[in-house]
Design a protein around this ligand. Sequence first.
Ligand code: HEC
Ligand code: HEC
Ligand code: HEC
Length: 102
Amino acid sequence: MLAVLVLAAIAAIAAPPRLAMLGDVVFPRHTGPGELPPAVFPHWVHRMQFKCYACHDALFQMKAGANPVTMDAIQAGKFCGICHNGKTAFAVGFTTCNRCHR
Ligand code: HEC
Ligand code: HEC
Ligand code: HEC
C-alpha cells in the first residue's frame, strides 16, 4: 500500500508539465471531405524564435479557435501573413500550402 502511494507520488512529480502550449494548434474549421487537411500551427517551432509577446495578444488571443484567421486575412498580411510573406518566413503560395495544411 505504502509502496503504491510512494510510486503514485513519484509519478505525479515526474509527470511532464501540461504540454498544450508547447504543442501544435490545429485550426479545426477547415476539415471537410475532399478539402485540404486542416491548418496546423506548430507552437514550438515559433517559440524557438519568438517571445510569447511577439504574437500574444497583439496578433493572436491565447486561446485555440479564438482568432478569425482566414486565407484572405493571411494573404492580406494579417495573422500568419504578418510573417509568412517570404521575408520573415516562407510565403503563402501554391508550393507551400501543404506546409501549413497537413
Ligand atoms: C508566432 C506566434 C506565436 C508565439 C510566438 C506564441 N504563440 Fe501561443 N498561439 C499562437 C497561435 C496562432 C495560437 C492559436 C490561436 C487560435 O487557434 O486561434 C496560440 C495559442 C496559444 C494558447 C492557447 C492554446 C489552446 O489550446 O487554447 C496558449 C496557452 C499559448 N498560445 C501560449 C503561448 C505562450 C506561453 C507563448 C510563449 C512561450 C506563446 N504562446 C508563443 C501563436 C503564438
Ligand atoms: C502560413 C500557413 C498557411 C499557408 C501557407 C496556407 N494556409 Fe490556408 N489556412 C491557414 C490557416 C491558419 C487557416 C485558417 C483555418 C481554420 O481556421 O480552420 C487557413 C484556411 C484555409 C482555407 C479555409 C477557408 C479560408 O479561406 O480561410 C482554405 C480553403 C485554405 N486555407 C487554402 C489554402 C491554400 C490553397 C494554400 C496554398 C495556396 C494555403 N491555404 C496556404 C494557414 C495557411
Ligand atoms: C511572428 C512571425 C510568425 C507568425 C505570426 C507565424 N509564423 Fe509560422 N514561422 C515563422 C518563422 C520565422 C518560421 C521558420 C522559418 C521558415 O520556415 O520560413 C515559421 C515556420 C512555420 C511553419 C513550418 C514549421 C516547420 O515544421 O518547419 C509552419 C507550418 C508555420 N510557420 C505555420 C504558421 C501558421 C499556421 C501561422 C498562423 C497561425 C504562423 N505560422 C504564424 C514566423 C511566424
